[in-house]
Design a protein around this ligand. Structure first.
Ligand SMILES: [Cu+2]
Length: 162
């Protein structure tokens, strides 16, 4: 019995380490991609990201798009513009929200229109504070471009994909 206990006591610290490693994972909540209408070649992906430890998103890719960038909206001379980011910092333990009008993942050069109900695979490249890279695979459902009225999507088609 004491042999088992002593084996167990050697094992328990390993369990604790494994739990900490799990907690370092970046969690993704409520990912979604804005649906497109014919003629739109780009759209935005949105989600909430939280990393237990300091990290940053340094790249992204998706099979539905030729190019995927990290963007943010900035106000310049009274006009909202999109700017590409080299990286998106994820402060330890703090949720970073990617929302329309703010940070977003930009899917560019779409290979086909994205309809509500589709699911879009997105890969995020995460750099940890120690320099190591990990990838995060996300399945983001496509949500309608506008409200429930189908006519609204036509009116909004001239807007940027945000
Ligand atoms: Cu953008």
């Amino acid at each position: 019995m004491s042999a088992i206990m002593s084996a167990l006591s050697r094992f328990l610290p390993l369990l604790a380490v494994a739990t900490v490693a799990q907690a370092q994972e970046v969690s993704v909540r409520e990912p979604w991609v804005r649906a497109t209408v014919p003629g739109m070649s780009a759209t935005g992906a949105f989600m909430s990201l939280q990393s237990a430890r300091e990290a940053s998103v340094v790249g992204a890719a998706s099979p539905v798009a030729d190019k995927v960038e990290l963007h943010r909206m900035v106000l310049e001379g009274g006009v909202m513009k999109m700017r590409a980011l080299e990286s998106l910092p994820l402060p330890a333990g703090k949720a970073v929200k990617l929302v329309p009008g703010g940070y977003h993942v930009m899917l560019m050069g779409l290979k086909k229109p994205l309809a509500a109900g589709d699911s879009v695979p997105i890969r995020l490249d995460i750099r940890e504070a120690d320099g190591s890279l990990r990838t995060l695979e996300i399945q983001a459902p496509v949500r309608p471009l506008a409200g429930p009225a189908p006519a609204a999507s036509h009116e909004h088609s001239g807007h940027a994909a945000h």
